[in-house]
Design a protein around this ligand. Structure first.
Ligand code: ADP
Ligand code: MG
Ligand code: ZN
Length: 470
């Protein structure tokens, strides 16, 4: 079994940076416009601790079941790199925000708790933009608060690594301390096999990337063993494009960094007031919400799990379930809506942006209502949903225009019967395996209905109707 441990860096969604007043809202900004003497590392500039970064760190620690460290300290981690103008990174070390927590993940058929060794605060370095014959530096990111979450080596497969990242991300989203922007969550993956040395793969920027990097690395290490050699303790880089890890450097030792306490920041004492405020900032978490969905709405565990995997989706579902029968709403949202969105590579957020969140809730509610009330068939409901998503029209408008009411459905069925009666030979052809015969039959129905019945609907109706004869 491989042994896997992750170190995850998540940018915290504070308004200003960790040790200065510069805005963290830099994603669409011109390079080097969100900087000051502190985050540019000018000599003599003094850092001032951002209290809400600490509050966010405490919330995360509590949500992960960590023990909060009452007296915390910042250190200087010394190294030279152009993205780090001070030549040291201010980071927590021996006395982080929280220690000894866990996150439960799906592992095979069961669940497993992955230990969280520590949760600590540190500053993000700047960003280097490599071009063909030069590199550019953007310090807008320099000093943005990062929360580093270090796990125990408790995972055993690339899938588990991915699952951990997903769970962690959802938890951070629920806590309102994280905004899923590009590069806002990055991971280093540590992996070893058969008790060999661990290899650290740096700076993986997506869940899928983590899974791929781990898979590649495990195969590489296994192949080395087969050839009689062994992986060495080293740091490797993952190339997202090729899916390959490459050596970067031998693993640095702790002593290489010459850690020492940052003299310009005081010891942080977490008093009861601060801890209490942070505890109040911890809302219902994904697992609790999943449990509540099962109890309150009577939905299946699978539906509850899918619905709570993203906060946005869970909120959306609850708004719909307020207006219609919750189980019907859950089935439609999970089994139909998510599928159709996924097929269009559309996120819920993007859909909301297009039509407005309130309208989206209204439309989804309307479809479920019409289905429940027997006003439209399952087949038409799918048709309606597709038009709603593709054309941004209300379900009622689609139903009206296409005549998709039950009466419309009766008409359609009648039309299909007529075509079957008049083209018995073609039907026989189709039944004996000539797939293309169906195209002709469908064409007949579409023509006869003057386009009111769509090819897809007609084809579904033929399928249903001819199923018994097949
Ligand atoms: P460093 O900063 O040197 O990388 P850390 O203690 O911050 O050290 O991180 C160690 C990470 O490596 C943790 O996530 C831990 O779970 C993982 N790890 C430790 N031992 C092993 C091992 N034998 N195989 C895989 N991962 C390991
Ligand atoms: Mg490391
Ligand atoms: Zn600054």
């Amino acid at each position: 079994m491989p042994v896997i441990g992750l170190e995850v860096h998540a940018q915290l969604r504070t308004d200003s940076k960790l040790f200065c007043g510069c805005s963290t809202d830099y994603h669409d900004a011109e390079p080097n416009t969100h900087t000051c003497e502190v985050c540019l590392g000018m000599p003599g500039a003094l850092p001032v601790m951002n209290e809400s970064a600490l509050d966010f760190g405490l919330r995360v620690s509590l949500a992960l079941g960590c023990e909060v460290v009452e007296e915390q300290l910042f250190y200087r981690k010394n190294y030279f790199y152009p993205d780090l103008p001070k030549n040291f990174q201010i980071t927590q070390y021996e006395f982080p925000v929280g220690v000894d927590g866990s996150i439960t993940i799906q592992a095979g058929d069961g669940e497993r708790a992955v230990g969280v060794r520590r949760v600590h605060l540190e500053e993000d370095p700047g960003r280097i933009v490599h071009m063909r014959n030069r590199s550019l530096l953007d310090y807008n990111r320099s000093g943005v608060p990062l929360l580093e979450i270090v796990t125990e080596p408790d995972m055993e497969s690339p899938e588990e690594g991915r699952e951990f990242l997903q769970r962690l991300r959802t938890t951070l989203e629920y806590l309102g301390v994280f905004e899923p922007l590009d590069g806002a969550m990055r991971a280093d993956a540590n992996v070893s096999i058969e008790g060999g040395s661990r290899v650290e793969v740096k700076n993986i920027s997506s869940h899928r990337g983590a899974e791929r990097a781990l898979r590649y690395e495990i195969t590489r290490q296994r192949n080395m063993l087969k050839r009689g050699s062994e992986a060495v303790l080293e740091t490797r880089h993952f190339d997202e494009e090729t899916g390959v890890t490459r050596p970067m450097r031998t693993k640095e030792e702790e002593a290489d960094y010459r850690y020492f306490p940052e003299p310009n920041l005081p010891l942080i004492r977490v008093d009861e007031g601060m801890a209490g405020a942070a505890a109040e900032g911890v809302p219902e978490l994904p697992d609790q919400r999943r449990e509540r969905f099962r109890e309150e709405y009577g939905v299946t565990d699978e539906h509850a799990k899918r619905l709570t995997a993203e906060k946005e989706l869970a909120d959306f579902y609850e708004d719909v379930a307020e207006a219609v029968e919750p189980r019907a709403a859950a089935s439609h949202v999970v089994d139909e809506l998510l599928g159709e969105l996924n097929y269009r590579e559309l996120s819920l957020d993007e859909w909301f942006e297009g039509v407005g969140r309130e309208t989206a809730v209204e439309w989804e509610t309307e479809i479920v209502e019409m289905l429940r009330g027997g006003e439209i068939t399952d087949v038409s409901a799918t048709d309606v949903l597709r038009d709603v998503l593709d054309e941004g029209r209300s379900p009622a408008a689609v139903v009206d225009e296409k005549g998709l009411t039950m009466e419309g459905a009766d008409e359609a069925l009648k039309c299909v019967e007529e075509v079957i009666g008049e083209h018995r030979e073609t039907v026989e052809d189709y039944l004996s395996g000539k797939e293309e015969a169906l195209n002709f039959l469908v064409g007949q129905v579409v023509r006869r209905s003057r386009g009111k019945i769509s090819p897809r609907e007609a084809s579904d109706l033929f399928d249903e109707r001819l199923e018994e004869e097949k």
